[in-house]
Design a protein around this ligand. Sequence first.
Ligand code: AMP
Length: 111
Amino acid sequence: MSSIFKKIIDGEIPCKKVLENEKCLAFYDINPQAPIHVLIIPKKEIKDFNQLDSQSMSELLDFTHQVIEHLGLKDKGYRLITNVGEYGGQEVPHLHFHLLSGAKLKWEKLA
Ligand code: AMP
């Protein structure tokens, strides 16, 4: 079954697009956790970081650098995270990197 991100890739659900190329898509998170909160995803259906292959990682790396440059965040700074599974708090089973910025970010202390 397709995830909501597959529907966004296929244009069945709208998104606020930041950047796109043949392999990857970046769009604003619908429920932002920081002043800037962008999701970066491969168009290929990859469930999570455990399933990520080096070819797709390489494509995501170049694309993520472009998104960071595009948003003017390279020198200002940002946080890049990916959630995996239950402990990671992953809700959408399609690999995505959260790019967070726009303020001095803090850690939530759990231990
Ligand atoms: P995660 O918990 O790591 O799986 O993150 C999923 C993220 O997707 C959450 O931050 C949601 O706010 C976001 N999200 C869910 N549906 C949409 C949507 N239709 N457009 C943009 N972001 C979404």
